[in-house]
Design a protein around this ligand. Structure first.
Ligand code: NIG
Ligand code: FE
Length: 413
């Protein structure tokens, strides 16, 4: 397939870039008046229109006035869940806090109760609709977590659903085991017993059945301590799972440092950051990940992106799509919100949502930029004046078509 007359081909990079840090994030390389050739699902060549192959024998698309970007890389989601929690949404409008709701058996435990009694087929059906929805909105690589099961059976059920989604759809999916998302009621007074069960009973089965790439834990006051986090990260690594952790959402208790020390691929949330948290991330391979839609929905602080990037850190952007804190998988909104509320420039936000997001799920060699040999996962915009218009005109996307492995994605809702 040849796409010609592209107004601007965005995020054009040589191979070999792992991620962008600090001032590197300000640059977004593009080619104006460009062409792009896709062969066998991969990016085969690109360049200026003046060098466009004239004798191309295959499908030709004319993209006059339109831009092409690599699809969004959403490195943090909980797309597999059962039912919704709009009751808690109204409770919060009426003055209850997220914590008060969770302390009264709502929150994660509420979702777990629903998921435990939902059949695997039904869970797959609910989840695939969300996956199709986010693909239509431009997401072309995604990480999905367990963590709403909280029993061995229900956690494995979630991970099997993720595996099936990965098999059925063109989008690359990474799976994360988040058994340590909350302490279930049955273990209310025995958190150590719950962690022990996850480590000695669930993890071995996950490894044998090859059900996860990463291990996660909610390291937070009232959930799991830094000690618990070290225990889970160490256990996961023994089974070949790299840590990616929830940390610093409400309080800073030292989890970022622990994550870095245990080679976490990413540390996610980071709404509350102190100087030490920023300093320990410098020069490491651990990607900080911000989730601005979560801050928006819960009215909590936004990750201090300016401070972090200006200190030289990289930053990735993801949705956190889940029923409790972020019932939205819209990466276009994430990119806008990062610009509007976190003072990231459009270039920084697009880098955060593509190449850095790809790194945060180990997919930097496959997706995240227009690079020869990478998967042909890209979106064609409507006719727009500049790429800055995308985050500027918040609340809707301007995507005309999404391609994964060079195949146009069309779903009937
Ligand atoms: O990433 N913070 C922990 N977990 C999820 C939300 C949990 C929920 O409320 O269901 C998150 O925000
Ligand atoms: Fe999350």
């Amino acid at each position: 397939m040849l796409i010609k007359n592209i107004k601007e081909l965005i995020q054009v990079r040589e191979a070999g870039i792992r991620f962008l840090s600090g001032s590197e994030m300000k640059t977004l390389p593009t080619i104006e008046d460009a062409y792009l050739v896709i062969k066998e699902g991969k990016i085969d060549s690109y360049g200026e229109m003046k060098d466009c192959p004239s004798d191309y024998d295959g499908e030709i698309i004319d993209a006059t006035g339109k831009m092409i970007l690599p699809t969004w890389c959403d490195s943090h989601t909980h797309i597999v869940y059962a039912g919704n929690r709009e009751g808690e949404f109204v409770d919060r409008i009426n003055g209850k806090t997220y914590k008060e709701i969770a302390d009264n058996g709502g929150g994660i435990l509420n979702s777990a109760k629903k998921l435990q009694t939902t059949s695997e087929e039904d869970l797959y059906e609910q989840s695939r609709k969300r996956l199709e929805e986010v693909i239509q909105m431009g997401t072309g690589a995604v990480e999905i977590k367990s963590g709403y099961g909280l029993t061995k059976d229900a956690e494995l059920k979630m991970l099997r659903v993720i595996k099936k989604l990965n098999a059925e759809y063109d989008i690359p999916i990474k799976a994360t085991f988040l058994g340590a998302h909350a302490v279930p009621k049955e273990y209310k007074d025995d958190k150590a017993g719950y962690l022990n069960m996850l480590i000695n009973d669930v993890l071995p089965d996950i490894a044998t059945q090859n059900l996860a790439d990463y291990i996660d834990i909610f390291c937070e006051t009232g959930y799991f301590t830094v000690e618990d986090t070290v225990l889970i990260m160490t256990a996961g690594k023994a089974y070949g799972l790299t840590p990616k952790i929830h940390v610093n959402q409400f309080t800073t208790i030292g989890g970022v440092k622990a994550g870095v020390q245990h080679d976490a691929l990413s540390v996610d949330h980071l709404e509350v950051m102190n100087q030490e948290d920023i300093d320990v991330l410098k020069g490491t391979d651990t990607m900080p990940v911000a989730l601005p839609s979560c801050s928006y929905f819960l009215s909590i602080p936004y990750t201090p992106a300016r401070e972090m990037i200006d200190s030289g850190l990289p930053l990735a952007l993801a949705t956190d799509y889940n029923p409790g804190s972020t019932p939205s998988g819209n990466m276009n909104f994430v990119v806008s919100t990062a610009c509007i509320k976190m003072k990231m420039t459009p270039e920084e936000a697009i880098n955060g949502a593509t190449i850095n997001g790809a790194y945060a799920m180990g997919l930097e060699e496959e997706v995240g930029s227009v690079t020869i040999g990478k998967r042909a996962n890209f979106m064609i915009t409507e006719a727009v004046n500049s790429y800055g218009f995308l985050p500027y005109s918040f609340g809707r996307d301007h995507i005309e078509a999404v391609y994964l492995d060079g195949k146009k994605q069309i779903f009937n809702f």
